[in-house]
Design a binder for this molecule. Structure first.
Ligand code: 5RP
Length: 225
C-alpha cells in the first residue's frame, strides 16, 4: 500500500468546481496534483497556485490552469505534505526545500489540508531537523545566530553543491532536538536578520489526513483553527 498516495488522493475529495487550489510540494503532494490533473482532464474546473517550480511544471504537464496572486482574492484549499505533525497540529515542513512558498500559500488559504503517511505523526516536533531559509548575504553570521538558539545547524547540500531554493536562498537544517514550544521558537528564529522563514507551521492546519500501511486512512480535524 502506498500510504502517502492514499492520504493525498482522499484530500482531493474536498476540491470542487471553481475553487482556487494551492498545490503542495513533495512525494505526497505529487499524488494529489496527479489526481487533480486527471479530474481536470475529465472536466473539473479549477485554478491553482503552486508552491514550487517542480509542482508548477507538474501541474502544467497535467493541464491544470495556473494563476498568480494578482488574479485571485483568496485560495480556497491547499493540499500539502509535511515532515512532522504533532498532536497540536504544528508542523515541520521544508524537507523538499519549498517551505517559504508553502507557508505563503498555506496562510493564504481558507482550508489547509496536510497529507502524510503515519510515520510523520509525532508526539513532539524536532526529530526531523528544522529547515530554515536564509538569504545568501552574511549566511555565516546568520548560521551562528541560529546556533546560539541551541541547535546544531547544517547548511543543506544537494548533489555536492550548496542547495539553493526556488527563491535563490540557502536552507539551514537545524537540529534542535525536541521542540517544546514551537511558537516561541518560531518567534525567536524569525527575529534573526537574514532569516526569511522557518519550516515551523504553527496554527495553520485545518485538517490532517493520515495514510496507513494497512490501507486505512484517518482524518483529524483541527476545530480550534
Ligand atoms: C517540501 C515539504 C514536503 O511537504 C515535506 O518535505 C514532505 O515531503 P514528502 O511528501 O516527500 O514526504 O515540506 O518543502
Amino acid at each position: 500500500m502506498n500510504a502517502k498516495r492514499l492520504a493525498a488522493e482522499q484530500a482531493v475529495d474536498y476540491v470542487h468546481d471553481n475553487m482556487v487550489v494551492g498545490l503542495g510540494t513533495g512525494s505526497t503532494a505529487y499524488w494529489a496534483i496527479r489526481k487533480l490533473g486527471l479530474m481536470v482532464q475529465s472536466g473539473l474546473n479549477i485554478s491553482a497556485i503552486a508552491t514550487s517550480v517542480g509542482s508548477e511544471e507538474l501541474a502544467k504537464e497535467l493541464g491544470i490552469k495556473l494563476v498568480s496572486f494578482s488574479d485571485i482574492n483568496e485560495i480556497d484549499i491547499t493540499i500539502d505534505g509535511a515532515d512532522e505533525v504533532d498532536k497540536d497540529f504544528n508542523l515541520i515542513k521544508g524537507g523538499g526545500g519549498a517551505l517559504l512558498r508553502e507557508k505563503i500559500v498555506a496562510t493564504s488559504s481558507k482550508e489547509f489540508i496536510v497529507v502524510v503517511d503515519e510515520s510523520k505523526m509525532v508526539e513532539s516536533l524536532g526529530k526531523f531537523p528544522l529547515p530554515v531559509e536564509i538569504i545568501k548575504f552574511g549566511y555565516e553570521a546568520t548560521i551562528k545566530k541560529l546556533e546560539s538558539l541551541g541547535c546544531e545547524p547544517r547548511i543543506r547540500i544537494a548533489d555536492d553543491k550548496v542547495y539553493v531554493t526556488d527563491n535563490g536562498n540557502y536552507i539551514i537544517d537545524c537540529n534542535f532536538g525536541k521542540i517544546n514550544d514551537p511558537k516561541e521558537l518560531q518567534n525567536k528564529i524569525s527575529l534573526i536578520p537574514g532569516v526569511v522563514d522557518s519550516g515551523l507551521f504553527v496554527n495553520v492546519v485545518s485538517r490532517v489526513i493520515v495514510g496507513h500501511q494497512n490501507g486505512l486512512v484517518k482524518e483529524i480535524t483541527n476545530y480550534i483553527q
